[in-house]
Design a binder for this molecule. Structure first.
Ligand code: CAA
Length: 368
């Protein structure tokens, strides 16, 4: 029922704008409004803070169905979860009330600030500093590749509070867009997910109350990693949705397209490609839903499960979208058809929330 409801909404309100959002590299405002109106922009927020209280699997289905028609738009529910989960997992009750309530209402979005220009895969090598000053912390540094930066009102920022302790000297904070000293770089010019702005976040003597720290001093890196354990599954969901969208389009196209006097769907070479695409998507979906169940239960092997789902589903998305372009031939290579956009959008799922090489490090360190 949930899937059917979201699919109808996504097809009616989000799909019609997907090509223009990509072409013009503009934020999908129509998608945000439709998602907020239907309480689907941050479904993971618990009911006690006014949220929909969706479990991890339901959240995956929402993201999957939005990504099936517009990957850029799927980053609204996905990054709202990524940015706010540190607060939900480790924040004080006061912080949860203060920030989850507007998020649930659709009055403000969340972003997640871990990466820096010189700290990508080596996240613990970050340089952004937070120095205690009485009842405040003063933050200075640059965060890079921040999804939905500028659009979001709230930012979970990981910063060094004790430079002698590497990962154990990192703490997490909530920074607000309106805080003095917060500014944003120019939007990155990207290959795909062009509707979702990616910008640097500059923190220039940003003075925030100490109660905006998430959890205890020195626990920020662990909170950031725990968050990714859960949210890499939402990237798997995004990848799955993109792949399904490409398969659905290609499946229709091959029935219509006639060569050598018959629909190309009648050729076994085409049928075999479609069969492989469907098989890979089924396997990716099984792994993603299994990981979502592990996330919901808090299983001991969640770190492995999240990394495996993200790694596998994103590779499948790249393969399936590339094959969809191939099935459409020359038409697939043009912007008149959606498959090339899906192929470009799929690529980022192998890179963000940790490259697939990092996922293999994570899996190898946490083998089940
Ligand atoms: N859960 C809880 N704690 C964890 C943890 C986890 N999954 N992983 C690590 N920790 C904690 C542990 O306490 C650990 O210390 P112990 O020795 O006590 O166990 C401490 O963190 C340090 O861990 P590591 O020694 O494993 O750290 P490392 O420096 O070797 O790095 C890494 C490990 C896996 C490479 C990690 O740096 C990593 O995941 N890198 C990729 C970062 C990433 O995914 N970035 C994406 C940013 S989000 C994004 O893409 C933006 C967006 O908007 C979509």
């Amino acid at each position: 029922m949930l899937r059917d409801a979201i699919r109808s909404l996504a097809e009616a309100k989000i799909a019609p704008h997907a090509a223009a959002v990509d072409e013009d590299a503009r934020f999908p405002q129509e998608a945000l409004e439709a998602l907020v109106a239907n309480d689907l922009h941050a479904v993971h927020v618990p009911e006690e803070y006014g949220g929909a209280g969706a479990d991890a699997l339901a959240t995956v289905i929402v993201i999957e169905e939005v990504a099936r028609v517009c990957a850029s738009s799927s980053l609204i529910p996905a990054v709202n979860k990524l940015g706010s989960l540190p607060v939900i997992l480790s924040g004080s009750e006061e912080l949860k009330k203060r920030y989850m309530t507007p998020l649930a209402k659709g009055d403000g979005m969340f972003s997640y600030c871990l990466s820096e220009p010189d700290a990508g895969s080596d996240a613990a090598g970050m340089k952004t500093k937070a120095v205690r000053d009485g009842d405040h912390y003063v933050l200075n540094g640059v965060k890079r590749w921040i999804t939905n930066a500028g659009v979001s009102d709230y930012y979970t920022v990981m910063a060094v509070t004790d430079p002698t302790k590497r990962s154990k000297g990192i703490s997490a904070f909530v920074v607000e867009k309106s805080d003095e000293g917060v500014s944003f770089g120019a939007p990155e010019k990207k290959l795909g997910i062009k509707g979702s702005p990616t910008r640097e976040v500059y923190l220039d003597n940003v003075r925030i109350p100490a109660d905006r720290m998430i959890g205890e001093e020195g626990t920020g890196f662990a909170t950031a990693m725990q968050t990714l354990d859960h949210t890499r599954i939402t990237i798997a969901a995004q990848a799955l949705g993109i792949a399904q969208g490409a398969l659905d389009y290609a499946k229709g196209y091959v029935q219509e397209r006639k060569q050598f006097g018959k629909p190309i769907a009648d050729f076994q070479g085409i049928q075999f490609m479609l069969a492989d695409m469907a098989m890979k998507i089924s396997a990716a979906r099984a792994l993603t839903y299994q990981a979502a169940a592990a996330s919901e239960r808090g299983d001991a092997d969640l770190t492995y499960q999240g990394a495996a789902a993200k790694c596998f589903a994103s590779d499948v998305a790249m393969e399936v979208t590339t094959d969809a372009v191939q099935l459409l031939g020359g038409y697939g290579y043009t912007r008149d058809y959606p498959c090339e956009r899906m192929m470009r959008d799929a690529k980022i799922t192998q890179i963000y929330e940790g490259t697939n090489q990092v996922q293999r490090i994570v899996m190898a360190r946490n083998l089940p």
